[in-house]
Design a protein around this ligand. Structure first.
Ligand code: T68
Length: 831
């Protein structure tokens, strides 16, 4: 049975490449582009030129697929999902596109014959870092799965000129530098000036009384900016469906500045130009905090409005002015509340432009949107001052008030006379400064709302939106996150992928549950050896990279313990750091302290304005410096902070990890997706019962994961009782010693107190994230991990079983869940 399916799958992948190009044709095409597109030749070309020429060759296939896909979607008049996201963290595209087209090996060979190494030239590609972290990367995985599953879909977002800042570490501190990913052009994107949109902003609203007694509103905008779309083709695995990621760039339009110009204000007119272009200039680098800045709201409106206009233009081409089928053809998924202003924008278009009556417009609108919540942290829930909203989007604020007025009537019907509930559910937060709550708007304006892991969705229902859940019991649901196994195993870990191919066949990237077939080899000595040899080879590779990036030598025989994610107190990198300091102390006190050598590897960017997060980075680097240079311990303990963590660095770190640190305070990490990537690549998780860790534990079994710490219920109980971090500080000698160590100048010679802010946050600051409460239990879990690693066969078995049981976490499954529970989409095959 297995062999049969294997053969079929092999055929499928091979045939898709056969219809494309053979090696000789690829060679010719690359050389042609070197000559004709880049104006150079084989002798002069550097890696960058080879990379560009190869992109151009690959792009020929991509565009052919795109054309066929668009034709097929048009002819079939398909219902499509429109994924609205302020962030798409795509990373590099070359390897992904080659794998998905089935052209990777051919291209590698073709280039080889030209004397060029594919791996080297792929390093030339800058990451498309148009996102902060999990939320943006999730969007990238989802559009890969949508195309792979032949689902009609468009991703819509912002074409930031500068993606997430480049991080440098100087004297242990994070320094932010601009990221200029498009300085030398982006060979994958296509500019579409034929689809430019005009977007109004500012101004005032005029009330007009129509003849039929209808009150009409007319928005007179103060500015109009242009939205120029850039299309990034998204190639599905197998290369058939090629969807589009459409990103909007802002440009000045002539509309607003001619008066100024004519009045002799040439310089002022140019200033206005700069302002319009500022909109898509830079990605806000804050994850999990809301920016509250004019420009951020303008960004959100700008891309939402451009995208809606684009969707409506396409809809009208097929259906004219008949709005009755709009919500049958169009579903819009809001990736968090960032694009929620699309809800009043669609209402505005339907009422003010199409002149539909309110009820009809609302019936369309509330069947079109669905909303994904990614956080429960109060500081991340978006609220805009009503006065700011009114200045920038005066008509939208009016519409929001009307949505809210009608909604309050519904609340009154459910809870008559209950003003407290009304205050809580209102889109408008009352107070000296009225605020517009985007979460409430999103729930009210959507037909479905989902959290991103079982526990998170349960908490969304129980703690964040309990009354909404009472009013609409079937609206709130769960879709557990997932990751694309094409990028996060096949492409980033080729040796392991080949080993898996040989054991269970080649179709696991499309059917990740097939990995279960590896479980029967988990105790097979030969397979264990092969599996662990690949892990070790990947560690050797990473060790070279670490040396090149930091000058620190690390031993591939040590345990590689990896924590990679944004820096945030709730993610508790400082809990990891306290443990490292404790190990250091133990080794100093007892040089024979029994532990397997371990290298702690970190990758993390801190939001530039998040002081304590930056202090934690500084502390990690200072502790690392001390330990790495302390000959008494550094054969057993090393600490590495890799600068500028990003998708392409993750692709190198994940295949080399033995331990995956997923140690957030229970109830705080909505899901996590790095946890899935690491486990898929055979790393064992040390983690709390939080987010998707819970589901990972269910899949791999308690014996193949190191769970520790308070549960959500225990955190709640502790808070209720009154949490006092000093209870732990005073009663744990080791914990007290490492915390006090932070006050000394041991790690920052001559500068005592340079690391004190960490200690303060965990003591006087109240230790909001329960670091001290979980410390002991964390140390115990780490000891168990150490013990397990000392038994190579046991460890190998556990690692294999982690890979084997990650089937659930493919983003294909997440997308199928969305399709079934929310989108109700049909695939459309492209011939
Ligand atoms: C993450 N959220 C969750 N937010 O923290 C993570 N926020 O648990 C989850 O797995 C992931 O989303 C995917 O669901 C974020 O990444 C942001 O990046 C962000 C950006 C701007 C504003 C607020």
């Amino acid at each position: 049975m297995t062999t049969k399916t294997t053969k079929r799958a092999t055929k499928k992948v091979a045939s898709s490449s056969k219809t494309m190009m053979n090696k000789a044709e690829l060679k010719a095409s690359i050389v042609k582009h070197l000559h004709c597109s880049l104006g150079t030749d084989e002798n002069k070309a550097n890696n960058h030129a080879w990379w560009k020429a190869t992109c151009a060759s690959v792009q020929e296939h991509v565009l052919e697929g795109l054309r066929k896909t668009q034709k097929s979607h048009y002819l079939n008049d398909t219902r499509a999902v429109h994924y609205f996201s302020a962030e798409f963290l795509m990373g590099r595209l070359m390897s992904n596109n080659l794998h998905n087209l089935g052209l990777f090996e051919q291209t590698e060979k073709a280039l080889n014959e030209l004397g060029v190494n594919l791996t080297d030239i792929m390093e030339e590609e800058p990451d498309m870092a148009l996102g902060n972290g999990g939320l943006g990367r999730l969007a990238a995985c989802f559009i890969d799965s949508l195309a792979t599953l032949d689902l009609p879909a468009v991703g819509y977002g912002l074409h930031y000129e500068h993606g997430l800042f480049r991080q440098e570490i100087q004297n242990g501190e994070q320094i932010e530098r601009p990221d200029s990913w498009r300085d030398y052009g982006n060979p994958w994107e296509i500019c579409r000036p034929e689809s430019i949109q005009d977007i109004p902003l500012f101004g005032y609203v005029e009330t007009k009384y129509g003849e039929n007694g209808r009150i009409n509103k007319e928005w007179h905008p103060g500015h109009i900016v242009k939205g120029l779309p850039w299309d990034i083709p998204v190639v599905g695995y197998g290369g058939k469906t090629v969807n589009v990621l459409r990103l909007w760039q802002s440009q000045s339009s002539d509309y607003f500045n001619w008066d100024v110009f004519n009045a002799g204000g040439y310089v002022d007119a140019q200033t206005e130009n700069v302002q319009a272009e500022t909109i898509s200039k830079v990605l806000y680098p804050n994850d999990e905090t809301q920016a509250g800045k004019d420009l951020r709201l303008i960004q959100q409106y700008f891309f939402s409005a451009c995208s809606l206009k684009d969707i409506i233009r396409r809809y009208k081409r097929a259906h004219g002015d008949d709005w009755s089928r709009f919500s049958e053809q169009v579903v819009i998924q809001l990736n968090d509340t960032h694009p929620a202003v699309a809800i009043p924008e669609l209402m505005r278009i339907l009422i003010d432009r199409a002149e539909l009556d309110w009820d009809y417009a609302w019936s369309i609108c509330s069947k079109t949107f669905a909303y994904t919540n990614h956080t429960l942290l109060p500081e991340a829930l978006e609220k805009w001052p009503a006065r700011m909203f009114e200045r920038i989007l005066p008509r939208h604020l009016e519409i929001i008030y009307e949505i809210n007025r009608r909604f309050m009537d519904e609340v009154e019907a459910v809870w008559p006379g209950n003003n407290e509930i009304k205050r809580k559910l209102s889109i408008i937060e009352e107070g000296p400064d009225k605020m517009v709550r985007m979460g409430n708007l999103s729930v009210i304006g959507s037909f479905a709302v989902n959290g991103v892991a079982e526990i998170h969705s349960a908490l969304v229902k129980k703690d964040l939106f309990p009354e909404f859940n009472h009013m609409w019991p079937s609206k709130l649901t769960n879709v557990t996150n997932g990751i694309t196994p094409r990028r996060w195993l096949k492409a980033c870990n080729p040796a392991l992928s080949q080993l898996i191919d040989g054991k269970i066949g080649q179709d696991w990237p499309l059917n990740l549950d097939k990995l279960k077939g590896l479980a029967e080899f988990a105790e097979d000595a030969k397979f264990q050896k092969q599996f662990m040899k690949i892990k070790r080879d990947n560690k050797v590779q990473l060790a070279k990279e670490v040396m090149a990036l930091t000058g620190v030598e690390i031993d591939p025989n040590a345990i590689f313990d990896v924590q990679i994610k944004r820096l945030h107190e709730y993610k508790r990198q400082h809990l990891n750091l306290l443990y490292i300091m404790a190990l250091y102390r133990r080794l100093l006190e007892n040089p024979d302290y029994d532990m397997h050598p371990r290298v702690f590897l970190f990758g993390a960017k801190a939001a530039p304005g998040y002081k304590l997060a930056k202090d934690i980075i500084f502390a990690i680097n200072k502790v690392a410096e001390k330990i790495n240079n302390d000959a008494r311990v550094n054969h057993k303990l090393k600490v590495v902070f890799l600068p500028n963590y990003r998708v392409s660095l993750a692709e190198k770190m994940i295949p080399a990890a033995d331990i995956s640190e997923q140690i957030s305070t229970a109830g705080k990490e909505a899901s996590g997706t790095g946890n899935m990537k690491l486990s898929l690549n055979g790393a064992l998780t040390v983690g709390t019962l939080d987010g998707a860790n819970i589901e990972i534990a269910e899949e791999v079994g308690d014996e193949n994961i190191f769970i520790f710490g308070l549960t959500v219920a225990e955190v709640e109980a502790l808070d209720k009782k009154g949490y006092n971090p000093f209870d732990y500080y005073d009663n744990n000698r080791e914990l007290k010693a490492v915390l006090d160590w932070l006050d000394s100048d041991y790690f920052t010679p001559g500068k005592p107190g340079a690391l004190s802010s960490l200690k303060r946050s965990m003591l006087e600051g109240g230790d909001h994230y329960k670091v001290l409460a979980d410390f002991t239990s964390y140390c115990e879990a780490q000891s168990l991990a150490d013990k397990a690693y000392k038994e190579p066969e046991r460890w190998a078995k556990m690692a294999i079983l982690n890979t084997a049981h990650m089937g659930k976490f493919t983003s294909d499954r997440s997308i199928k869940d969305y399709v079934e529970r929310i989108w109700k989409l049909d695939p459309c095959k492209v011939e």
